[in-house]
Design a protein around this ligand. Structure first.
Ligand code: AMP
Length: 544
């Protein structure tokens, strides 16, 4: 027997309209290189409705794909709602991917209309000859700002909007309709698509914004640092209207002076991002003696944040870190460490350094090499698997990829331990673990330990082949002050088991990062092979 609650579908348009009617006057602030905007949720929703009708006139609706190659601006945000609200699917292409991979994701999806902005125009012009299906480009820029361009059929977003209908009513779609498509960054083969449903996306934002997670409310202002193309911008586009939080949109820029100014000027309370961004911001604050205004929490994702960084934010700025684990395939973060405000700093930091607990709607477990589920004993590492309302069931148009176990859990490719209370500890990416004489060395734990040295800005650990141990760790460091290999070894000796101590240390000016700001270890391994690290890749591989 069905219950008698109303059967209203969970749709992104309902999130937007909630914002428009309940938090209509809450500001949406856009600050870009050549443009800025102050609007509110009522205006944003009216513009999205106009754009939706314009898209319908272009033939868009259910089962039709279109794309964006753009940074986080209010026009991109209204496109997110307009396209998905009429049942079309928006592929948010990632401008940070190598051009050949961007072209691959667009061609693989196959659509005719691509929205771009002033900061992706040159990239779009470069890509256009490789995009045979794209017949129409739409420039998300102020009215009258249509540039001279080699792009065919370049339309103006504002012109499209001008003819739209602001009183348009959103259709009541099936909540399992696809809405947004994000691709993984493709470090081990071509990028893979995660095709999200309205239902999963709304549930994810509802749960992730809740009390033991981002803890959002109408007192908050969120700066949208993660690109909408990475895990839907970590749900930030939906948090704003859902929780009545102000949104601050920085466009393309992510340099710390700019971010710091936006955070202070607009009373930002929550900043999501990868640790590299937060490390730069911290350095900027130290060098310029800048404060961080009303900022009280970071949401750090994508990779494990260094403890020293979380410590410094807490001590110097009273800013807590919510540390989240997730992947493109889990829509956004699935687990989060949330340290209540009144915890003493040492306990707060102990909580923050774990990947936290699953939020409702996400489940985690670990399994051995044969797929047997392992105990949650906080000690046994295993292959991490996840499932839930917003975890993908397969990859977009890639049925051959066997990512799901027979009983429906996603193989994440991470190795982890789980405590009895379901707290997650990521040990490493499966492929980044160093297997030394039958023992596992966590590159991630070594990186964290090395980063705690005051002269180390960033550290990366990769495996070097070894004649006896199969693999041994190589530490690669960006130093901010003179430090010797021996000093680093002495520092590590206090923090990690002796057999983890790196066999070699290389110093570099910068480490390679991938399109979402994570360490690009694949590239670093190539540097080792090419001799760019000043360490012979085979030095320890051959028996003496
Ligand atoms: P992506 O799909 O690009 O978001 O990458 C997902 C992967 O990033 C995960 O499978 C992890 O390997 C890594 N990752 C994400 N968050 C964390 C975290 N908090 N700690 C450690 N690794 C993380």
């Amino acid at each position: 027997m069905h219950g008698l609650n109303q059967d209203l579908p969970l749709l992104l348009s309902t999130v937007l309209e909630h914002g428009a009617t309940t938090f209509g006057a809450v500001p949406v602030i856009g600050r870009y290189d050549n443009d800025c905007i102050d609007c509110d949720y009522a205006q944003l929703a009216a513009r999205a409705r106009r754009l939706a009708t314009a898209l319908q006139r272009l033939g868009y609706g259910p089962d039709r794909f279109l794309g964006s190659l753009a940074w986080n601006t209010h026009r991109h945000l209204e496109l997110l709602y307009a396209a998905t609200g009429i049942g079309a699917v928006l592929h948010t292409a990632n401008p940070r991917l190598p051009p050949a991979q961007i072209a691959y994701t667009i061609n693989f999806t196959g659509y005719q209309t691509l929205f771009i902005d002033a900061d992706t125009l040159a990239l779009a012009e470069q890509l256009a000859p490789q995009l045979p299906n794209v017949r129409r480009y739409v420039m998300m820029a102020p009215a009258g700002a249509l540039p001279d361009s080699t792009l065919p059929a370049l339309l103006s977003h504002e012109d499209l909007l001008a003819d739209g209908d602001p009183s348009f009513s959103w259709p009541l779609l099936d909540e399992r309709t696809a809405c947004l498509l994000c691709f993984t960054s493709g470090t081990t083969g071509p990028p893979k698509g995660a095709l999200y449903t309205h239902r999963g996306t709304v549930l994810n934002a509802l749960s992730a914004g809740g009390g033991n997670a981002w803890a959002l409310s109408a007192d908050d202002a969120i700066i949208a640092i993660p690109g909408f193309f990475h895990c839907n911008g970590w749900a930030v586009p939906f948090f704003g209207p859902m929780y009545g939080a102000r949104l601050v949109l920085p466009g393309r820029r992510a340099d710390s002076a700019f971010l710091c100014r936006l955070i202070v000027d607009h009373g930002v309370t929550v900043a999501p991002g990868v640790p590299t961004i937060f490390l730069d911001l911290l350095r900027h604050c130290r060098e310029t003696k800048a404060g961080l205004g009303r900022l009280n929490r970071l949401f750090s994702g994508g990779t494990a944040p260094p403890l020293a960084m979380m410590e410094a934010y807490l001590r110097d700025h009273g800013v807590r870190t919510i540390h989240g684990w997730g992947m493109t395939e889990t829509t956004s973060a699935a687990t989060m460490s949330f340290a209540p405000r009144d915890l003493p700093p040492d306990q707060a930091l102990a909580a923050m350094r774990t990947q936290g607990k699953p939020v409702f709607g996400a489940e985690i477990r670990i399994a051995d090499d044969d797929g047997n589920v392992l105990a949650r004993d906080g000690a046994t590492p295993g292959h991490l698997q996840a499932r839930g309302h917003w975890t993908v069931a397969s990859y977009f148009h890639r049925p051959e990829i066997e990512a799901i176990t027979q009983d429906g859990w996603l193989r994440t490719g991470d190795v982890a331990k789980i405590d009895a209370d379901n707290t997650l500890h990521i040990v490493d990416r499966d492929k980044d673990l160093i297997k030394s004489g039958g023992e596992w060395i966590s590159s991630q734990a070594l990186e964290e330990a090395a980063s705690a040295h005051p002269a180390v800005r960033e550290a990366a650990v990769i495996a070097m082949p070894h004649w006896r141990w199969q693999e041994r760790p190589l530490l690669v460091v960006v130093a901010t002050a003179p430090v010797t290999e021996q000093e680093l070894r002495n520092h590590l000796a206090d923090l990690v088991p002796k057999m983890w101590l790196p066999d070699a240390v290389a110093f570099v000016d910068e480490l390679p990062h991938g399109p979402t700001g994570k360490l690009a270890k694949q590239e670093l391994r190539q540097w080792l092979t090419d001799g760019r690290l000043g360490v012979a890749a085979t030095a320890s591989a051959i028996a003496p």
